[in-house]
Ligand binder design. Structure first.
Ligand SMILES: *Cc1c(COP(=O)(O)O)cnc(C)c1O
Length: 394
């Protein structure tokens, strides 16, 4: 290289938002071997790894039943199908979440009723459940279920939500796509609720190398319908069709990948606690940092801070110019989305969801984020926040 080239500014550090390559290196050749085994064995659809994974998932999260399926969206959809959700039925869902949570309700012609979230945890606000039920009733709908989301990895506040669902006689579905592996007062996600679902999308805390998902339930009576629905409504076999189902199987290759990843998952969740603690120490005086409820452990699917809305674009560009990737989860709450605007919102609107959507920014977060890289991210973030003004109110 010429002298002038070496005098140029050093290249930006290559920082991944979620570093899946580091995870692959940590797991080593065992992963490739597991994939090759499926390729050589040839049982690509419902091979033995799928059943093994269901057993391991059950053990991991103390669930009574686990059923693999094609993705985390189908996982919720299969439950609603098994519940025979139909037009005229309502399901309460948070508005500040990924679209899949409410999408499946609309698939079946039923109505999602959007509820606001708590400003500290960003999870469904239990205090708003009565109002959401009243909104459903005023719209002539029959409330059938509540879908609570473990947003960014933190479990929803299940004690009051469970008590409310039991008193109302409606089902509780825990969408733990982001929070699989989290714990709520000593109980682990997957075992909480009438049903729980997860997603194995690659970027989730427990992700595979493609799409995948799982349903968990404590109800024995729902196992046969769920297993049937995910294979074309099968009876004795897939050529005996006793109900209208879908094709939503978990792939054998993905099950093999997940069996390997599950071996390191608990250690990864521990490592994520350290990353979160370093961000908290480095940023809590200049930004609203995430707070986890007492007695809970988050999987830190995302590390989301809040900064003044007017400063967000500048902050994101400032980080980008220093090689630090960010993401916004979620820029627009569901009740403001074109496809969902026609559905009812609980009470007079969802002010928390509306406000925080403009303030949230997610920073790089994964189990292999080393201390030096993270110190650099924190420095760059602090620098970019200097011009931002005081942090938003909680
Ligand atoms: C990712 C996600 C889903 C959907 O999972 P897919 O596997 O992508 O279908 C559902 N709910 C939440 C909260 C998610 O984050």
């Amino acid at each position: 290289m010429t002298a002038s080239a070496s005098a140029q500014t050093p290249p930006l550090p290559a920082i991944d938002f979620i570093d899946l390559k580091a995870q692959r290196r940590a797991i080593g050749p065992a992963m490739e071997e597991a994939i090759l085994e499926v390729v050589r064995d040839g049982r690509y659809i419902l091979g033995p790894q799928v059943g093994q994974l269901e057993q391991e998932l059950k053990r991991f999260c103390s669930a009574r039943h686990a059923i693999g399926c094609a993705n985390g969206t189908d996982a919720i959809g299969l439950i609603l199908m098994a519940m025979k959700l139909r037009p005229g039925d309502a399901v309460i869902c948070p508005s500040f979440t990924f679209a899949a949570t409410a999408e499946v309700v609309a698939w079946l012609g039923a109505t999602p009723v959007f509820i606001d979230v708590d400003p500290v945890t960003y999870n469904l606000d239990p205090a708003a459940l009565d109002t959401a039920r009243d909104t459903a009733v005023q719209n002539g709908l029959k409330l059938r279920a509540v879908i609570a989301v473990d947003l960014f990895g933190q479990p929803a506040d299940y004690d009051p939500i469970e008590a409310w669902c039991a008193a109302e006689g409606v089902m509780l579905i825990a969408d733990t796509a982001q929070g699989f592996g989290s714990t709520y007062k000593g109980r682990i996600a997957g075992s909480i609720g009438d049903f729980a679902t997860t997603s194995f999308f690659p970027a989730k805390p427990l992700g595979c190398y493609g799409d995948g998902g799982a349903v968990f339930t404590k109800h024995d009576a729902f196992v046969e319908p769920l297993r049937s629905l995910h294979i074309h409504g099968k009876g004795e076999d897939k050529y005996d069709n006793i109900r209208i189902g879908v094709n939503s199987r978990l792939d054998t290759v993905q099950a093999a990948v997940l069996l390997k990843k599950l071996e390191v998952f608990a250690a990864e969740i521990d490592a994520r606690q350290q990353v979160a603690a370093r961000y908290e120490a480095g940023l809590s005086d200049v930004a609203v940092t995430p707070q986890v409820l007492d007695g809970c452990v988050s999987t830190w699917a995302q590390y989301v801070i809040r900064i003044p809305a007017a400063a967000r674009d500048g902050f994101i560009n400032g980080l980008k110019s220093k090689g630090v990737p960010t993401a916004i989860y979620y820029p627009k709450p569901l009740h403001q989305q074109t496809a969902y605007r026609r559905f009812p919102v609980a009470g007079n609107g969802l002010p928390v969801s509306d406000r925080i959507a403009h303030e949230v920014v997610a920073l790089p977060m994964h189990a292999y984020l080393d201390e030096a890289t993270q110190a650099y991210i924190i420095d760059v973030a602090r620098d970019a926040l200097k011009a931002a003004g005081p942090k938003p109110a909680v």
